[in-house]
Ligand binder design. Structure first.
Ligand SMILES: Nc1nc2c(c(=O)[nH]1)N[C@H]1C(S)=C(S)[C@@H](COP(=O)(O)O)O[C@H]1N2
Ligand SMILES: [Mo]
Length: 497
């Protein structure tokens, strides 16, 4: 006798895998494919941090990997249900074991499949195949007596199951061609899900306080700087990105071709060089796009700098070494990049002032020497790292306490801590920070609450400053934004009562 446990396991795997294969044969990678639906549920219910880590780790392969993982887990769930359903059915009606057992197996597959897809008819094929195969395997001991006949039956059954799965897989692959559209929708949804994961991670990381600027700025609230009164409007079908100059092959890429590169989602803050210490030209968003390094590979750049030009003739020359890790963004906060922020694509250069993030990008010319940029022609400088800045958003007074809230930014160095002084900068205390996000080139919120009765005097000469990720203190000395960015601590005078 072949051990009954082994038959149970064989029946479980054979019925689970076949139920999934049936769904694949019928729906290929469309929406109603069990694995697609299951995968989407996983994305929704797994902790945001975990999914973000997986996407960060595996990039574009994350979707494929998660489909394989979901397929495996789902096979075990459905196979397990089928076997359990058969055994229960068999117990309930011993006289009609085979019939009631099979119905029990089908019913048991139906429940999880229906819960996953949310519709009954798309899961019926999987229900029938999964139920029948489980029942077939579990029925073998009752119809066979001798070891060799039983063994032969099991081998035949397994052979049949393998043949079925090969055929179902082949049909699914053919049908997949037909469901390309559905698949690209799924891809788009997965992309959106990638951005949503970052948004929800930021939500979890954020501090809560009255008047505190959100960690991620809403699209309508994100500042804009445009050299023209209204942004250029560009249709994606007529838009292309040309890469010319010192390159192996001059190249022109369409919007679709750009989007074929590996997708990246990232947090990044943008701060304008003209932003004053107490200004409001600093915001963070979740950006979706591709790495510029991948795009440049199409042309094979052979110079030192790239001259980037937008549809409005705005331009900047940037060292190629900075561009490798730059992002060509086409999405913002899980949505298509808005017109005022550079639709169809904009640059994001790590650690640099906002002016380098050319919007409405149309041309990249590879050159040998630096050629400055639009604002350099108007006397500005500041081509290096952004200055650290500490903003005070709002001061609240809950139950006799004083609560100071704000946000801080220190480029790619990251914000390590924010310190507050109540005595004109003689002594400092650490503020509470929002949790660190995976990309340091982003803002962090801070909050400092104190009881004015614990301190002498009825007036506070308050300062706030940032210590960046390299341990450097934000310099105290005040300077104007022109020409290379504002410096100095944030300052308020507070009354104790
Ligand atoms: N093509 C183009 N890109 C541009 C600008 C512009 O006027 N035209 N303004 C720059 C400046 S000065 C800043 S601070 C940022 C602002 O980006 P945002 O409007 O998305 O906040 O875009 C930069 N990119
Ligand atoms: Mo700017």
């Amino acid at each position: 006798m072949i051990a009954r446990q082994r038959l149970l396991i064989a029946g479980l795997i054979a019925s689970g895998v076949s139920a999934v294969a049936t769904s694949f044969a019928i729906y290929a990678t469309g929406q109603q494919f069990l694995v697609s639906s299951f995968n989407q549920l996983l994305l929704e219910y797994l902790p945001g941090q975990f999914v973000a880590a997986v996407i960060q780790q595996f990039g574009d392969q994350a979707l494929g990997l998660s489909l394989v993982f979901s397929g495996g887990v789902l096979s075990i769930i459905l196979g397990g249900a089928a076997v359990a359903g058969y055994l229960i059915g068999q117990r309930v009606a011993p006289a009609y074991q085979w019939l009631v057992g099979t119905v029990g197996a089908m019913a048991a597959v139906f429940v999880p499949a229906f819960l996953i897809v949310g519709e009954a008819s798309p899961v019926l094929g999987s229900v029938v195949i999964g139920g029948v195969i489980a029942a077939g395997f579990l029925h073998i001991p009752e119809t066979n007596t001798g070891f060799s006949t039983e063994r032969r039956t099991v081998v035949t059954a397994l052979g049949g199951v393998v043949a079925f799965n090969v055929a179902a897989h082949a049909i699914g692959l053919v049908r997949r061609e037909q469901t390309q559209r559905a698949e690209s929708q799924l891809q788009e949804q997965a992309e959106r899900a990638g951005a949503e994961v970052l948004l929800s991670t930021a939500d979890d990381a954020a501090l809560e306080a009255d008047g505190l600027k959100p960690l991620i700025s809403e699209i309508g609230a994100f500042y804009t700087v445009d050299i023209n009164p209204s942004p250029p409007t560009i249709a994606t079908d007529s838009w292309s990105l040309s890469i010319t100059g010192l390159v192996e092959t001059e190249t022109e890429l369409t919007y679709d071709e750009i989007r074929e590169e590996e997708t990246v989602h990232e947090y990044k803050a943008i701060r304008c060089l003209s932003d004053d210490i107490d200004g409001e030209q600093l915001d963070t968003a979740v950006w979706t796009g591709v790495k510029l390094g991948d795009v440049l590979e199409h042309a094979g750049p052979e110079g030192e700098y790239a001259l980037l030009t937008g549809a409005d003739e705005y331009f900047y020359s940037i060292p190629l070494s900075d561009l490798e890790e730059s992002t060509l963004a086409y999405g913002m906060n899980g949505r298509e990049l808005p017109v005022e922020h550079g639709y169809p694509v904009r640059m994001l250069v790590p650690d640099r002032w906002g002016k380098l993030h050319v919007k409405w990008l149309t041309d990249i010319e590879i050159i040998d020497d630096e050629e400055g940029g639009y604002w350099e022609e108007r006397g500005w400088s500041g081509m290096g790292s952004v200055n650290a800045v500490t903003k005070i958003d709002q001061i609240n007074r809950p139950d006799g306490q004083i609560q100071v809230t704000g946000h801080a930014y220190a480029g790619a160095r990251g914000v390590d801590s924010v310190e507050v002084s109540l005595d004109g900068g003689d002594t400092w205390e650490g503020a509470t920070l929002s949790e660190e996000l995976p990309d340091p080139d982003t803002t962090r919120q801070w909050m400092f609450e104190f009881d004015p009765n614990d301190y002498d005097g009825d007036e506070f000469d308050m300062y706030a400053r940032t210590i960046d990720g390299e341990g450097t203190e934000q310099p105290a000395e005040r300077s104007d934004p022109f020409p290379d960015g504002a410096t100095g601590w944030a300052h308020r005078t507070l009354n104790a009562n």
